[in-house]
Design a protein around this ligand. Structure first.
Ligand code: ADP
Ligand code: ADP
Ligand code: ZN
Ligand code: ZN
Length: 844
């Protein structure tokens, strides 16, 4: 307490005082934390850090803000997000920079998120070089998303879509009856078209390539839609006879050429699956009018520094800054001449360019110089996106606010952590407070104040173990964080293993990788390291996954919502092949951080499959049998058993004016999701909604006599998810939690060996103590005869791996090479590797 008094008196200007916080698992806690300081919240996953930082402090700040805006919003938010807390004093307004949970934001780019694109458009409009005679155009006309700017041929998409004979008839040795026209619908729709062709006298039993070209073209491309009599089940001869006799047809069928079918379906279907199906038959090519640049010619004719605006937007930010710098400082070579000729334009150029340079510098400092303005945000990692938002805030000149951040170090190489800390310092110096949930020990050490929550997760957590300057945490006996911060925690030990073989890739080309050769050892645990943007994901999560999947004949694991977006389907230019090592790989398992579902309809229990067993238990109870309720009755996705008002979602969507729409609990079932009849059925005195409300830990105790459920529940606890509720909607899970659920789902399957596991930063969101647990699981996989490859920044994990592949040396154009490969000890000795010094520290 004395230490705290000293700190209280000495360094801080004011305090936020929380009394009686009870949100989620918080145990009625009181807390005093400084303002205008960097406060870091630590503790194992599920201990209650987010419930405190986001669920209590941020939620309360936001509630107060809304209270001041509109009674309508107030009412809704009263239902929604009033934190369970007695009082909070001294709380400034808050801005949350949270990692993406659940649904991703709508389509945007680096330029739009940072608002840099607006400035660049202004630069082109006001200070660009126009061709002689062309009048000035407005800034909006430099955006492909406006009618003024979009290329009229491709409507701003940059690509046009077409079909060809080859794309719609992949195998021309087949006959029409054998489904030569793959682009036509399957099942009845396709038979219907075939029967129509029979009526039209076309030979559907001749190989496609032997049909006359004119006939083939008509079938594939015509816009005519003749309506003809159809006699299903008749042979061609019988059909012709029936036609002659004018026999009453079964029905009249309408012909639709394959092209018409593809385009019509693409434009009109609401089903992403249908859309995806027809898209296979469409070829996309750069728009001939704008050459893929998405803008109308007038806009593209305006240049700055010799580039049109699209070219400029495709440069890495680092290059962009170099190009703009001379304009910002007025030292570009043609400056003097320009200044004399167009003084006004020169001044405007200088003003905008220096603003741009200053803002881009912040992005470079945060290690994001390899991104371009055009890069679309869905292709960024959550950590990159959060740092982009952070950089934008650095320039907003707000002061007196609290920034609440969720693991800003995610995705950051240790060599970039310093830059992050400098950026955070910048926000603090400008007069703001920082509340940060973080696991990275370097960030934790840098805090002015530490709040350690614990000791464990869920019901076994929710207490404040420590609140004060980081130096004194070590005095706290039951803090899991303390041991790691002081370096006394035992490090995961494992004897080095030797590879059973090598998986060899050659000629890998993708993003910043150019004709790269790479070798991954089999039967061991490999980590792939390198600064952010060096090419780790391009190599591992993209090319390696695709090539192995292709080899195994799997579909490439596709984006769930791909059909919605044209651009995402276009795979970047790529090359590469596997030259050895596939003999023993039977299965590819990719465990990523993508959400396990985008609606509250999917949850932990449904995703892992354990809910199937729960429903069977309920269906087997005497009451369920007497009432003839089957297992389906206990699914909230089926009409019989669910609450009809919310259709089993437990929530209803509320649209808010000017704000993102929110989910509010269903007023009929109060969030239970089921109708009253279903809830009358109980198993050991609990109904199915009660079970969904249990944590994994609680369920494990409750179902102690059910081996099928135990197996799934045990692995979930082993990956550190015992604190999650079975019915916790997918939309409430963090990327790290989603990833661990996927991992647990894999682990509960019988271990067959010969699988290749690929993970991208699995430690995100994990306390060092949880990282230990994860390492044990990964080890088990390897011991069972599998291969594990992990993209990773946490040096403790890298040090514990059998083999390290370090990519770099830098990011973007300056990366893409294998700098070092070998055992951790070997890579730690590399002179070129930026990872080496950090790895060396972790090995000691
Ligand atoms: P941390 O941030 O330390 O990982 P959280 O604050 O997210 O922990 O979780 C603390 C506890 O609160 C956990 O038991 C978790 O399952 C529970 N919890 C988290 N979010 C919710 C929610 N929306 N509703 C109910 N319980 C929740
Ligand atoms: P890392 O995983 O090491 O952070 P990435 O493989 O994600 O690196 O990125 C390597 C380079 O490729 C960077 O310059 C990045 O901007 C670029 N890149 C990665 N993914 C895409 C993409 N989907 N579209 C365009 N460029 C990309
Ligand atoms: Zn175009
Ligand atoms: Zn309901």
């Amino acid at each position: 307490a004395k230490e705290t008094d000293k700190a209280l008196g000495k360094n801080f200007t004011g305090f936020v005082t929380v009394k009686g916080a009870r949100e989620h698992n918080l145990k009625n806690i009181d807390l005093t934390i400084p303002r205008d300081a960097m406060v870091v919240f630590t503790g194992v996953s599920g201990s209650g850090k987010s419930s405190l930082a986001f669920g209590t402090l941020y939620a309360e700040a936001q509630r107060r803000y809304l209270e001041s805006v509109s009674p309508y919003a107030r009412r809704l938010f009263h239902q929604m997000a009033v934190p369970e807390v007695d009082s909070i004093d001294g709380l400034p307004p808050a801005v949350a920079l949270q990692q993406q949970r659940g649904t991703p934001t709508t389509r945007s780019s680096v330029g739009s998120v940072t608002t840099l694109s607006n400035l660049v458009r202004m630069l082109y409009s006001r200070a660009g070089d126009y061709p002689p005679g062309q009048s000035i155009i407005y800034a909006e006309a430099f955006s492909p998303n406006t009618a003024e700017g979009a290329c009229p041929v491709c409507h701003g998409l940059g690509r046009i879509y077409d079909v060809t004979e080859k794309s719609m008839v992949p195998d021309d040795s087949l006959t029409i009856r054998e489904r030569a026209i793959a682009a036509w619908p399957t099942a009845w729709g396709g038979q219907n078209q075939r029967d129509i062709l029979v009526t039209l006298g076309i030979d559907v039993d001749k190989p496609w390539r032997e049909l006359p070209k004119k006939e083939r073209d008509w079938i594939l491309f015509t816009d005519e839609q003749p309506v003809v009599p159809v006699y299903p089940g008749y042979t061609p001869e019988q059909t012709q006879r029936a036609l002659k006799r004018k026999e009453e047809p079964n029905y009249m069928g309408t012909f639709s050429s394959a092209r018409r079918h593809v385009f019509h379906t693409f434009a009109n279907t609401n089903s992403p699956l249908m859309k995806k199906r027809v898209m296979q038959y469409m070829l996309s090519t750069d728009c001939p009018n704008c050459k893929g640049k998405r803008l109308r010619p007038e806009s593209l004719s305006v240049k700055f520094a010799g580039y049109d605006i699209t070219e400029l937007s495709r440069l890495p930010l680092k290059r962009l800054a170099t190009i703009l710098q001379p304009y910002a400082s007025g030292t570009n070579t043609i400056h003097k001449k320009q200044e004399a000729e167009h003084p006004e334009q020169t001044i405007v150029a200088q003003r905008i360019a220096s603003d741009l340079v200053a803002r881009i510098k912040v992005l470079l400092d945060l290690g994001l110089g390899y991104l371009s303005l055009e890069r679309s945000t869905p292709t960024l990692s959550p950590g990159e996106l959060q740092r982009l938002r952070l950089a934008t805030q650095l320039h907003s000149h707000l002061f007196g606010v609290v920034y609440v951040l969720d693991e800003p170090s995610a995705g950051l190489h240790p060599s970039d952590t310093l830059a992050l800390l400098t950026a955070l310092e910048g926000l603090k110096k400008a007069g703001n407070s920082l509340f940060i949930v973080e696991h990275n020990l370097d960030v934790i050490r840098h805090a002015d104040w530490l709040v350690d929550v614990g000791p464990d997760a869920g019901q076994k957590g929710g207490e404040i173990l420590y609140s004060g300057p980081p130096e004194n945490l070590h005095q706290v006996q039951n803090s899991k964080t303390a041991a790691y911060l002081s370096g006394t925690a035992a490090i995961h030990e494992q004897k080095p293993r030797t590879p059973t073989g090598w998986l060899k890739l050659s000629g890998v080309t993708r993003n910043n990788l150019n004709n790269l050769d790479a070798e991954f050892p089999l039967g061991v645990f490999t980590t792939v390291t390198g600064v952010s943007g060096s090419g780790k994901s391009s190599l591992v999560s993209q090319v390696l996954v695709e090539l192995v999947a292709q080899h195994l004949g799997h579909d490439i694991p596709a984006e769930e919502d791909e059909g919605e977006e044209l651009e995402r389907v276009i795979l970047p230019e790529s090359g590469g092949q596997i030259t050895a090592g596939m003999e023993t790989i039977k299965r590819l398992v990719r465990v990523d951080q993508k959400p396990i579902g985008r609606t509250p309809r999917s949850n932990l229990a449904t995703y892992t499959g354990l809910f199937d067993n729960v429903r069977k238990l309920f269906a087997a109870t005497p009451m369920a049998r007497a009432r003839k309720y089957d297992a389906g009755r206990f699914s909230f996705n089926v009409a019989k058993g669910r609450c009809e008002n919310c259709q089993g979602e437990g929530f209803v969507m509320v649209e808010l004016l000017f704000l993102p729409s929110v989910y509010a609990p269903c007023p009929v079932c109060q969030g239970a999701r089921y109708n009253a009849k279903t809830l009358e059925v109980t198993y050991r005195d609990k109904n199915v909604a009660d079970v969904l409300d249990m944590t994994v830990d609680a369920a494990s105790e409750f179902f102690d006599e059910e081996p099928n459920l135990q197996r799934a529940l045990t692995v979930l606890r082993e990956v550190g998810l015992g604190y999650l509720r079975l019915g916790q909607p997918a939309t409430e899970l963090s990327g790290g939690e989603a990833q661990r659920i996927k991992l647990a789902t894999e682990l509960q399957k019988a271990q067959r060996g010969n699988s290749l596991y690929i993970l991208d930063e699995p430690t995100t969101g994990l306390h060092p103590a949880d990282v230990e647990k994860l390492l044990v699981q990964l080890d088990n996989l390897v011991e069972a005869g599998n291969t594990v490859i992990v993209v990773e920044h946490t040096m403790r994990v890298v040090a514990a791996s059998d083999w390290v592949i370090d990519i770099g040396p830098g990011a973007g154009e300056e990366g893409g090479k294998i700098v070092a490969a070998g055992t951790p000890a070997q890579v730690a000795r590399s002179k070129q590797s930026k990872t080496a010094p950090f790895l060396k520290k972790a090995l000691n």
